[in-house]
Design a protein around this ligand. Sequence first.
Ligand SMILES: [Zn+2]
Length: 266
Amino acid sequence: MGHVYSIGIITLFFVFAAGACAGSFINAAAMRTVAEKKWWGNERSACDSCGKTLSAADLVPVVSYLALKGKCRYCKHPIKPRHFAAELISGAFTAALFWRWGFGPAFGMSLLVLWFSLFNSLTDIENGFIYDVWAISLGAAGLAARIAGGWPALLDGVLGGALGFGFIAVIILVSRGGMGWGDALLMLGIGGALGWKYCAFGLYAGFLFGGLVVVPLMLAKKLKRKDAIPLGPFLAAGSVVTLFVGNALILRYGALIGSRLGWPWG
Ligand SMILES: [Zn+2]
């Protein structure tokens, strides 16, 4: 991972900017999906509060939010920080994944996981819903990309999707509540892209993150057992973290499952 100097700060900056633009688009698409609007139309982006059409200067990812100090230029109403967060998260992780993998198939597969997971997390946070079609699309795109890695890579993706879906499905059937079929389909999609070994670590990390947040809230009595918490973002976060630490963990602890990772992870 010491090739940051050979990649260069300027390249990383452009990758960050591209990732932030993608985040801006993904956030807009997710909010339009939740609002049951078309992604593409004549409709221009407008302020949620005063309805004024926003100019290009108001729509520069990350930068506009900071320059406007988080308020609409026209009515001074606060802009939802989620727009900024989606742009920043996408930009930062896109750059970090490029730094991690360099340009190639692993970077491309990582971006599929990052961007689709971000979309599914945003709809899950907004209205508690993971849209079947956008969860399954990740798996379909992941398997299509895996064709480039040959039959073993494709089989790995099929096993990953089956593991992700099956694991959550068992929890749903045993616990009757807490997790939904949207979560199972999300892990079907993520597993299809990650392959089964990364998917196993992604599940582990996802439940770990979820537990780290949910258990303290329950202990503080801020949360009752029946409260619906979106779990998709935790599963997504666990999977994205696996893109960074999966190889090291599997080399260290993978004795049981074998330390060969397979295409595209190495
Ligand atoms: Zn406004």
